[in-house]
Design a protein around this ligand. Sequence first.
Ligand SMILES: Nc1nc2c(ncn2[C@@H]2O[C@H](COP(=O)(O)OP(=O)(O)OP(=O)(O)O)[C@@H](O)[C@H]2O)c(=O)[nH]1
Ligand SMILES: [Mg+2]
Length: 199
Amino acid sequence: MNIDSRYDVTTLVLAGGKSTRMGRDKALIPIGGVPMLQLICSIAEACTDKVYIVTPWPERYQKLLTPNSKFIPEVPLPEETGNEPRTHGPLVGFMQGLAAVDTNWVLLLACDLPNLRLEILQDWISQLETIPDHKIAALVQNNQIWQPLCGFYRRRCLPELIQYIAQGGRSFQQWLRSENVEVLPLEDPEMLFNFNSAV
Ligand SMILES: Nc1nc2c(ncn2[C@@H]2O[C@H](COP(=O)(O)OP(=O)(O)OP(=O)(O)O)[C@@H](O)[C@H]2O)c(=O)[nH]1
Ligand SMILES: [Mg+2]
Protein backbone atom coordinates (compact mmCIF):
# COMPACT_ATOMS: atom_id res chain seq x y z
CA MET A 1 0.00 0.00 0.00
CA ASN A 2 1.18 3.50 -0.77
CA ILE A 3 2.04 4.74 2.72
CA ASP A 4 0.81 8.26 2.02
CA SER A 5 -2.67 7.17 0.98
CA ARG A 6 -3.97 6.30 4.44
CA TYR A 7 -3.41 9.90 5.51
CA ASP A 8 -5.67 11.19 2.77
CA VAL A 9 -8.61 8.96 3.71
CA THR A 10 -10.97 9.34 6.67
CA THR A 11 -13.27 6.48 7.57
CA LEU A 12 -16.89 7.25 8.42
CA VAL A 13 -18.74 4.37 10.07
CA LEU A 14 -22.52 4.73 10.03
CA ALA A 15 -24.16 3.47 13.21
CA GLY A 16 -27.53 5.13 13.39
CA GLY A 17 -29.95 2.62 11.93
CA LYS A 18 -32.94 1.24 13.78
CA SER A 19 -32.13 -2.42 12.97
CA THR A 20 -35.86 -2.95 12.37
CA ARG A 21 -35.43 -6.15 10.38
CA MET A 22 -32.86 -7.61 12.75
CA GLY A 23 -34.83 -6.68 15.86
CA ARG A 24 -31.78 -5.64 17.90
CA ASP A 25 -28.99 -3.14 17.43
CA LYS A 26 -26.73 -4.61 14.75
CA ALA A 27 -23.75 -2.51 15.92
CA LEU A 28 -23.70 -4.46 19.18
CA ILE A 29 -23.96 -8.00 17.79
CA PRO A 30 -20.74 -9.86 18.69
CA ILE A 31 -18.60 -11.45 15.99
CA GLY A 32 -16.02 -13.73 17.59
CA GLY A 33 -16.79 -11.99 20.88
CA VAL A 34 -16.30 -8.45 19.54
CA PRO A 35 -19.29 -6.12 18.97
CA MET A 36 -19.59 -5.53 15.24
CA LEU A 37 -19.13 -1.75 15.45
CA GLN A 38 -15.86 -2.26 17.34
CA LEU A 39 -14.68 -4.83 14.79
CA ILE A 40 -15.38 -2.44 11.91
CA CYS A 41 -13.60 0.45 13.68
CA SER A 42 -10.53 -1.70 14.44
CA ILE A 43 -10.22 -2.68 10.78
CA ALA A 44 -10.74 0.94 9.73
CA GLU A 45 -8.05 2.12 12.16
CA ALA A 46 -5.62 -0.32 10.60
CA CYS A 47 -5.99 1.23 7.16
CA THR A 48 -6.91 4.92 7.65
CA ASP A 49 -5.54 7.53 9.99
CA LYS A 50 -8.86 8.98 11.18
CA VAL A 51 -12.01 7.04 12.03
CA TYR A 52 -15.33 8.67 12.91
CA ILE A 53 -18.54 6.96 14.00
CA VAL A 54 -21.60 8.87 12.82
CA THR A 55 -24.47 8.20 15.19
CA PRO A 56 -27.41 9.96 16.86
CA TRP A 57 -26.67 8.02 20.11
CA PRO A 58 -22.93 8.18 20.96
CA GLU A 59 -23.58 7.38 24.64
CA ARG A 60 -24.81 3.90 23.62
CA TYR A 61 -21.43 3.06 22.05
CA GLN A 62 -19.12 4.97 24.41
CA LYS A 63 -17.60 1.81 25.91
CA LEU A 64 -16.82 0.36 22.47
CA LEU A 65 -14.73 3.27 21.29
CA THR A 66 -11.40 2.08 19.83
CA PRO A 67 -8.25 4.18 20.58
CA ASN A 68 -8.22 6.32 17.44
CA SER A 69 -11.95 6.61 16.78
CA LYS A 70 -14.21 9.56 17.60
CA PHE A 71 -17.93 10.22 17.43
CA ILE A 72 -19.69 12.60 15.10
CA PRO A 73 -23.05 13.11 16.82
CA GLU A 74 -25.84 13.28 14.30
CA VAL A 75 -28.44 16.02 14.63
CA PRO A 76 -31.97 16.22 13.24
CA LEU A 77 -32.45 18.21 10.06
CA PRO A 78 -34.37 21.49 10.48
CA GLU A 79 -37.50 20.08 8.84
CA GLU A 80 -37.64 17.09 11.22
CA THR A 81 -40.15 17.67 13.97
CA GLY A 82 -39.65 16.70 17.59
CA ASN A 83 -42.29 13.98 17.27
CA GLU A 84 -40.40 11.98 14.68
CA PRO A 85 -37.85 9.36 15.63
CA ARG A 86 -34.38 10.85 15.78
CA THR A 87 -33.01 8.98 12.80
CA HIS A 88 -33.17 9.91 9.17
CA GLY A 89 -31.35 7.39 7.07
CA PRO A 90 -27.79 6.66 6.01
CA LEU A 91 -27.52 9.36 3.32
CA VAL A 92 -28.15 12.15 5.84
CA GLY A 93 -25.74 10.53 8.31
CA PHE A 94 -23.14 10.42 5.57
CA MET A 95 -23.69 14.09 4.71
CA GLN A 96 -23.25 15.15 8.33
CA GLY A 97 -20.09 13.05 8.65
CA LEU A 98 -18.65 14.31 5.39
CA ALA A 99 -18.99 17.90 6.58
CA ALA A 100 -16.50 17.13 9.39
CA VAL A 101 -13.83 15.56 7.18
CA ASP A 102 -10.66 17.29 5.96
CA THR A 103 -9.11 14.57 3.79
CA ASN A 104 -9.72 14.31 0.05
CA TRP A 105 -11.24 10.85 0.35
CA VAL A 106 -13.73 9.18 2.68
CA LEU A 107 -14.10 5.46 3.22
CA LEU A 108 -17.77 4.98 4.11
CA LEU A 109 -18.65 1.81 6.02
CA ALA A 110 -21.85 0.37 7.45
CA CYS A 111 -21.55 -0.98 10.99
CA ASP A 112 -22.84 -4.40 9.95
CA LEU A 113 -20.17 -5.90 7.71
CA PRO A 114 -19.04 -9.02 9.60
CA ASN A 115 -16.86 -10.22 6.68
CA LEU A 116 -14.99 -6.96 6.12
CA ARG A 117 -11.36 -7.65 5.12
CA LEU A 118 -8.48 -5.32 5.88
CA GLU A 119 -6.32 -6.42 2.97
CA ILE A 120 -9.06 -5.66 0.44
CA LEU A 121 -9.59 -2.17 1.90
CA GLN A 122 -5.83 -1.58 1.81
CA ASP A 123 -5.66 -2.69 -1.79
CA TRP A 124 -8.49 -0.30 -2.73
CA ILE A 125 -6.85 2.56 -0.84
CA SER A 126 -3.60 1.99 -2.70
CA GLN A 127 -5.50 2.43 -5.99
CA LEU A 128 -7.30 5.66 -5.10
CA GLU A 129 -4.63 7.86 -6.65
CA THR A 130 -5.30 6.28 -10.07
CA ILE A 131 -9.00 7.22 -10.05
CA PRO A 132 -9.76 9.96 -12.59
CA ASP A 133 -10.53 13.39 -11.15
CA HIS A 134 -14.06 13.57 -12.51
CA LYS A 135 -15.17 10.47 -10.55
CA ILE A 136 -16.71 11.46 -7.22
CA ALA A 137 -16.85 7.95 -5.78
CA ALA A 138 -15.42 4.45 -6.18
CA LEU A 139 -17.82 1.65 -5.28
CA VAL A 140 -18.55 -2.01 -5.91
CA GLN A 141 -21.44 -2.59 -8.28
CA ASN A 142 -23.65 -5.70 -8.38
CA ASN A 143 -26.28 -6.06 -11.13
CA GLN A 144 -26.29 -2.30 -11.78
CA ILE A 145 -26.80 -1.61 -8.05
CA TRP A 146 -24.09 0.34 -6.26
CA GLN A 147 -22.90 -0.91 -2.87
CA PRO A 148 -22.74 2.52 -1.21
CA LEU A 149 -21.85 1.52 2.36
CA CYS A 150 -18.44 -0.04 1.75
CA GLY A 151 -16.59 2.27 -0.60
CA PHE A 152 -14.98 5.63 -1.25
CA TYR A 153 -16.22 9.16 -1.89
CA ARG A 154 -14.36 12.37 -2.62
CA ARG A 155 -14.98 15.02 0.02
CA ARG A 156 -15.80 17.50 -2.74
CA CYS A 157 -19.09 15.69 -3.49
CA LEU A 158 -20.49 17.38 -0.34
CA PRO A 159 -22.13 20.43 -2.04
CA GLU A 160 -23.93 18.17 -4.54
CA LEU A 161 -25.04 15.88 -1.73
CA ILE A 162 -26.34 18.80 0.35
CA GLN A 163 -28.32 20.00 -2.64
CA TYR A 164 -29.80 16.56 -3.33
CA ILE A 165 -30.86 16.18 0.33
CA ALA A 166 -32.28 19.71 0.46
CA GLN A 167 -34.53 18.73 -2.44
CA GLY A 168 -35.87 15.84 -0.37
CA GLY A 169 -33.64 13.08 -1.76
CA ARG A 170 -32.72 10.28 0.63
CA SER A 171 -31.61 7.47 -1.72
CA PHE A 172 -27.97 6.61 -2.34
CA GLN A 173 -28.90 4.76 -5.55
CA GLN A 174 -30.85 7.69 -6.96
CA TRP A 175 -28.17 10.22 -6.02
CA LEU A 176 -25.39 8.07 -7.49
CA ARG A 177 -27.25 7.71 -10.79
CA SER A 178 -26.54 11.38 -11.47
CA GLU A 179 -22.86 11.14 -10.48
CA ASN A 180 -19.70 9.76 -12.08
CA VAL A 181 -18.68 6.68 -10.10
CA GLU A 182 -15.71 4.37 -10.61
CA VAL A 183 -16.36 0.63 -10.28
CA LEU A 184 -14.25 -1.02 -7.58
CA PRO A 185 -13.09 -4.58 -8.23
CA LEU A 186 -14.22 -7.24 -5.76
CA GLU A 187 -13.62 -10.92 -6.48
CA ASP A 188 -15.49 -12.30 -3.50
CA PRO A 189 -18.87 -10.59 -2.91
CA GLU A 190 -19.11 -12.29 0.51
CA MET A 191 -17.17 -9.37 1.98
CA LEU A 192 -20.23 -7.19 1.52
CA PHE A 193 -22.63 -9.58 3.25
CA ASN A 194 -24.61 -7.62 5.82
CA PHE A 195 -26.89 -8.65 8.63
CA ASN A 196 -30.51 -7.83 8.19
CA SER A 197 -32.42 -10.64 9.77
CA ALA A 198 -31.65 -13.27 12.34
CA VAL A 199 -31.01 -16.61 10.56
N1 LIG B 1 -25.73 7.43 11.14
C1 LIG B 1 -26.78 6.81 10.63
N2 LIG B 1 -26.62 5.57 10.17
C2 LIG B 1 -27.72 4.93 9.67
C3 LIG B 1 -28.99 5.53 9.63
N3 LIG B 1 -29.86 4.63 9.07
C4 LIG B 1 -29.15 3.52 8.79
N4 LIG B 1 -27.84 3.70 9.14
C5 LIG B 1 -26.72 2.76 9.03
O1 LIG B 1 -26.60 2.37 7.69
C6 LIG B 1 -26.18 1.03 7.61
C7 LIG B 1 -27.12 0.22 6.74
O2 LIG B 1 -28.43 0.36 7.21
P1 LIG B 1 -29.43 -0.84 7.26
O3 LIG B 1 -28.77 -2.13 6.83
O4 LIG B 1 -30.69 -0.45 6.57
O5 LIG B 1 -29.65 -0.95 8.85
P2 LIG B 1 -30.81 -0.39 9.70
O6 LIG B 1 -31.38 0.84 9.07
O7 LIG B 1 -30.31 -0.32 11.09
O8 LIG B 1 -31.85 -1.60 9.62
P3 LIG B 1 -33.38 -1.58 9.15
O9 LIG B 1 -34.12 -0.77 10.19
O10 LIG B 1 -33.78 -3.03 9.16
O11 LIG B 1 -33.39 -0.94 7.78
C8 LIG B 1 -26.07 0.51 9.04
O12 LIG B 1 -24.72 0.66 9.41
C9 LIG B 1 -26.96 1.47 9.81
O13 LIG B 1 -26.53 1.64 11.17
C10 LIG B 1 -29.13 6.87 10.14
O14 LIG B 1 -30.19 7.46 10.17
N5 LIG B 1 -28.00 7.45 10.62
MG1 LIG C 1 -32.31 0.76 7.07
